[in-house]
Design a protein around this ligand. Sequence first.
Ligand SMILES: [Zn+2]
Length: 63
Amino acid sequence: MPARDFFHSLMRIGPVQIGAHRDRHGTTKHAAVCTNDHCGWSADFSTQSAAQLAARTHRCKVR
Ligand SMILES: [Zn+2]
């Protein structure tokens, strides 16, 4: 997973951390990243609410 230098405003829903970062175009993206080592799921969203929804509905493939 690439380092997210501008990751900030972290919040946590279950095992998933949500934070905002800027892409190379300077656009704010909202990333949801699962902190379970055996899962590795992550995704970018254009809105924080979308990232939160994905975090709430995320189910780790590995328990
Ligand atoms: Zn997971």
